[in-house]
Design a binder for this molecule. Sequence first.
Ligand SMILES: [Zn+2]
Length: 434
Amino acid sequence: MIRLTAPVVLPCDPACSVLRDGVVDVGDDGRIAFVGPAPQAPAAPGPVHAVPGALLPGLVNTHAHTPMLALRGAGGDLPLLRWLHEVMWPMEARLTGADVRDAMAAGAVEQLRAGTTTSVEMYFHTQAVLDAVVAVGSRVLLTPGVIAAPGWDRLGTWEQMRDDISARIDADGLTTGRVELGYGPHSAYTLPPEALASIGEHARARGALLHVHVAEAADEDAVARASHGSVPALLDELGVLDGRVLAAHAVQLSDDDVALLAARGTAVAHCPGSNAKLAAGIARVTALRRAGVRVGLGTDGPASGDDLDVWAQARLAGLLARVTSGDAAALTAAELLLMATRDGAAAIGRADLGALEPGRWADLVHVDLDDPVFTDPGDDAQLLSNLVWAGGARLVRDVWVAGEQVLAGGEPTRVDRATTTAAVRALAARLRIP
Ligand SMILES: [Zn+2]
């Protein structure tokens, strides 16, 4: 058992409380045993580690393709479908498992340095992604990609991709250590309806998360729109929305689509940065939240995102919600912080992450408060406002996952950052299309 103390603890409870002179006790099982102000804390259970800033839960990145790190910046001025067909897919065809492992390791380090402890990943070369995450010590909900699109058959048919996931879950269970497995059917435009229906059945039978791109760009789902009215309507007709579903992007939604997602309990991974960069549009976050849809934040892959910074997504989500609604209170700093943490965990169906509460995993971030962005750190509202609107990733100093320190003073404790960076640079040089 260890005790962390800090002048400020942000537990990310529903009220987004600010605790002063706070204590977080972490049990030997890696879960939180106590959170509260020091005067209410039990006797110190073991070593005390005093951090000088604020402690908050690790951020949850609800939509990423982190191994695309080596493709960052490629085809950066193309719309979604041309970007995929002309640049991304040809480059990705040259990625080996070892490449994916190197890129995922560098990306997991980048995410820890931005305070993200859990990412929901959709990618290929499943074992390589898992090996990288286990090496770095972060947490992942990996939904291996299932796709039937030009060139991707080199990795097998969609049935084989589906069965590989099911076999892994049937052998080892949904969760092993810091890894949870789910299903990542890519989208309604890269899979036939029977594939979506079947993958939905496999996921439901195992209680697994199904993570799918939904209605990202206007032209992408023209077929689904013509035949079924919308991508959500198509997925619902196939029974897919009956399970535990995370819809990534969900930009092109009608009022009926919003109501349908709410009725089915489908969650949304909001990716405002990627949606803006690919000119896909602005998701209707305030309408989704008002309807009761769980909404988390996602960076998307670093090739479209372009960074892996959930703080930046929170800020952009707030700015876009305000400019589209004309309401200067559309998303408050507290609401944005909760979207990055507690709501993100809820969106992926993980009540054991995203907040500092007894029983949840001790995934913790220490952010520096000794920075001029904090104009009045003694005032709760001002502290939250400065942290979200002006602070963010660059203030992250230390990170713990399941009570183990995996980032110390900005450097990963389990791997060497110079090595992970050099590997991804060498990979990028090799992938570059002359
Ligand atoms: Zn994506």
